[in-house]
Design a protein around this ligand. Structure first.
Ligand code: HEM
Length: 381
């Protein structure tokens, strides 16, 4: 009798432990209304916030100053697939924990790299809508760790930028496709391929010619090895932009001003592997959205169509065009905008209360980056 009473207490305890413990930065997608309400009671609800304004001083500037020295990771710090954000966190321009607000990202990418404000808003809120926590206003630059606790139950997401298929996608320069392995950590084999190509066509640097060939090779590799390869919108857009980000933002502003167009490969490894900027890194002296000549060059260097490998057979070397493809650059921005709004609705089909309010604010924030070109979609009004 005593034994069965003890057993019952034990079973209750095990049951309690099996309830998924959410961290304040975990996504709430897929949770029931009751689960969202319970979560809201357990955290400080901050909700969606206005976007911080553009920074005023956009001059060439020292970024690695005495307050922004590189520090190694501590247990539990989150880093993920984005070398740009990882380095900002390891230099203290973003919280070193890697648990950040979208407003902090918008300001940090301007301060650290002189990224144009609207581009920063577009990328940040796209990612935050699908990977962030709208009640606490927090996002993990990585994902789950041993500190993160249990994953929320399916179909909820594990949270953070590591989450495959929302923002993070296939054919990355230095990260494996999720189907083939670790989609967020630095991959030495892939980096060596990039080095080989840069030595062959970039004169030993990662320049536009090297970016064009690495981009092409990574797509060919995914077509040949990943039966789930997805190169449709939004990945079709982000994959090209990310291939030129290192040239646009990681070349020291003083070298750029002197005409340098290629990124030193040791500097590149520092950013990509160690989240580390060079000792006295200066940001570029002009703002950029990375949608200039390098991007055109990389896109035009080979024939690309948005599409995927799976068809109906889900086999490799079976790349088919995305039937929903829209052609022009303006349409691409609107397609990207529409895609992320639709993904948000798929994750949060029927939000209530504070969650609905926060989603509306963050959707409005996201639209600011697209308003010059596209009609606003208001799914929750
Ligand atoms: C503004 C907010 C930003 C967000 C939310 C963001 C997020 C991401 C994510 C989720 C990825 C993974 C995509 C993938 O390869 O599957 C990524 C990749 C990348 N990001 Fe960012 N990023 C941001 C800004 C930046 C900035 C400012 C830079 C450069 C200074 C940058 C450089 C890169 C590069 C080079 C990659 C490609 C890595 C690779 O393919 O190996 N990002 N970013």
């Amino acid at each position: 009798m005593l034994l069965s009473a003890k057993l019952s207490v034990l079973l209750q305890l095990v049951g309690a432990l099996a309830v998924p413990a959410l961290q304040p930065y975990d996504s709430l997608a897929g949770l029931t209304r009751d689960e969202v309400d319970a979560f809201a009671r357990s955290v400080k609800v901050v909700g969606g916030q206005p976007i911080p304004p553009p920074i005023k001083d956009t001059s060439l500037k020292l970024v690695v100053d005495k307050d922004h020295q590189w520090k190694p990771l501590r247990a539990g710090d989150q880093r993920g697939p984005c070398p740009g954000l990882n380095a900002l966190a390891s230099h203290g321009w973003l919280p070193r924990t890697g648990i950040v607000t979208p407003g902090e990202i918008v300001t940090a990418v301007q301060n650290g790299y002189n990224m144009e404000w609207k581009r920063a808003v577009l990328v940040t809120y796209a990612a935050f809508l699908v990977n962030g926590n709208h009640l606490t206003n927090l996002l993990s630059l990585g994902g789950m760790s041993w500190l993160t606790g249990h994953a929320p139950p399916p179909p909820a997401l594990a949270s953070g930028l590591n989450t495959h298929g929302t923002f993070e996608g296939d054919a990355s320069l230095t990260r494996s496709d999720a189907f083939l392995g670790d989609n967020h950590s630095f991959n030495e084999t892939l980096f060596q391929q990039l080095v080989d190509i840069s030595n062959k066509v970039g004169g030993g640097k990662y320049n536009a010619s090297a970016a064009a060939e690495v981009r092409f090779q990574r797509v060919q590799d995914s077509i040949a090895r990943n039966p789930t390869f997805n190169f449709a919108n939004p990945r079709f857009n982000t994959a090209f932009v990310e291939a030129v980000f290192p040239i646009v933002f990681f070349i020291d502003g003083r070298l750029r001003a002197a005409g340098e167009t290629g990124l030193d490969l040791k500097v590149m490894r520092g950013f990509f592997e160690d989240h580390r900027m060079p000792k006295d890194f200066h940001r570029r002296g002009t703002v950029s959205s990375a949608s200039d000549s390098e991007l055109d060059f990389v896109q035009a260097a080979h024939d690309y169509i948005p599409g995927f490998n799976n068809g109906s057979a889900r086999v490799v070397n079976n790349f088919v065009a995305d039937p929903n493809f829209m052609g022009t650059q303006t349409e691409l921005v609107c397609a990207l905008y529409e895609k992320f709004v639709n993904s948000t609705v798929a994750l949060y089909p029927n939000p209530h209360g504070e969650l609905r309010k926060a989603l509306n604010q963050n959707l409005d924030n996201f639209y600011v980056a697209a308003e010059a070109h596209c009609d606003q979609i208001k799914p929750y009004n």
